[in-house]
Design a protein around this ligand. Structure first.
Ligand code: MG
Length: 162
């Protein structure tokens, strides 16, 4: 078994859709980034890569590469799953938290869990997802951006390659 953690932060900007956990959430601002800036999927990618000691998302999907411009982060997450599989590891479970003052995340959690479970090809009950505000404190509280936090547990074993 191997465990990894991932943390990511993106800043709110006008004029972009807000993509979190692979789904679009209605809000006045989106997140700034080279890709779709899905701060939750980025944290999960880093948790998986961290568990493998395989560098980080910036190493595998550099933001200097035009190939990843506006790319859906579900592509990154699927590739992280494949990197794990190639090294003989499957994902046992994920636990993640979103820190956001706005918008309200709770109504979207079921759809995000379903999406993440689908990308990782694991049961939905193996994807823990929570959201909290920071009680108006700090950059999250000032509505400047969103934080994603994730932990991933991987297990070595025999399984089908995607
Ligand atoms: Mg990121």
């Amino acid at each position: 078994m191997r465990i990894g953690n991932g943390v990511d932060v993106h800043r709110f900007v006008p004029g972009r859709p807000l993509i979190l956990g692979g789904i679009e959430i209605p809000y006045d601002f989106g997140l700034e980034g080279h890709s779709d800036a899905d701060v939750l999927l980025h944290a999960i990618c880093d948790a998986i890569l961290g568990a493998l000691s395989a560098g980080d998302i910036g190493h595998h999907f550099p933001n200097t590469d035009p190939k990843w411009k506006d790319c859906a982060s579900s592509v990154f997450l699927a590739e992280c799953r494949r990197i794990a599989a190639k090294r003989g590891y499957r994902i046992v479970n994920i636990d993640a938290t979103i820190l956001a003052e706005e918008p309200r995340i709770a109504p979207h959690i079921p759809a995000m869990r379903e999406k993440i479970a689908g990308i990782l090809q694991i049961p939905e009950n193996c994807v823990g997802l929570k959201a909290t505000t920071t009680e108006t404190l700090g950059f999250v509280g000032r509505l400047e951006g969103i934080v994603g936090l994730a932990v991933a547990l991987l297990k070595r074993g025999r399984f089908r390659l995607p």
